[in-house]
Design a protein around this ligand. Sequence first.
Ligand SMILES: [Zn+2]
Length: 112
Amino acid sequence: MTNHPTLRAKLETEAQTLRHRLQKIQGDLRQEDGALSADFEEQAVELENSEVLAALEDQTHQKLRLIEQTLQRIHNGTYGVCNDCGDPIGTKRLEAIPYATRCIKCAESAET
Ligand SMILES: [Zn+2]
C-alpha cells in the first residue's frame, strides 16, 4: 500500500482552507449574535444572514470531517479499501470521489 503523498498534501491543504473558513464563519456568527440592530428590518436581515452562515458552517464542518476521515484512512493504510467488503475501491472511482469509503458495488447496493 502506498501512502498517497500527492492526495495527502492536497487534502491537508484543503483541510487548512476549510478550518480557516470555519473560523471566519464562527467569528461572523458570534459577532451577529452579540449585536442585533434596533431596527426590526435590519434584525430580520441579520437573522437571515446568520441562518445562511449556520448552514455554511454545517457544510464546511461536514466537508472537513470527510477530509479528516480520509486522511485518517490514508494514515491507517485503509484508504482505497472498501469499508463493506474489503475489496479495492478502484483508482477511477477514487479519482472521481477521493472520499469514497465503499467500492462501486457496495455503494450501489447501499443506495437501493
Ligand atoms: Zn465493497
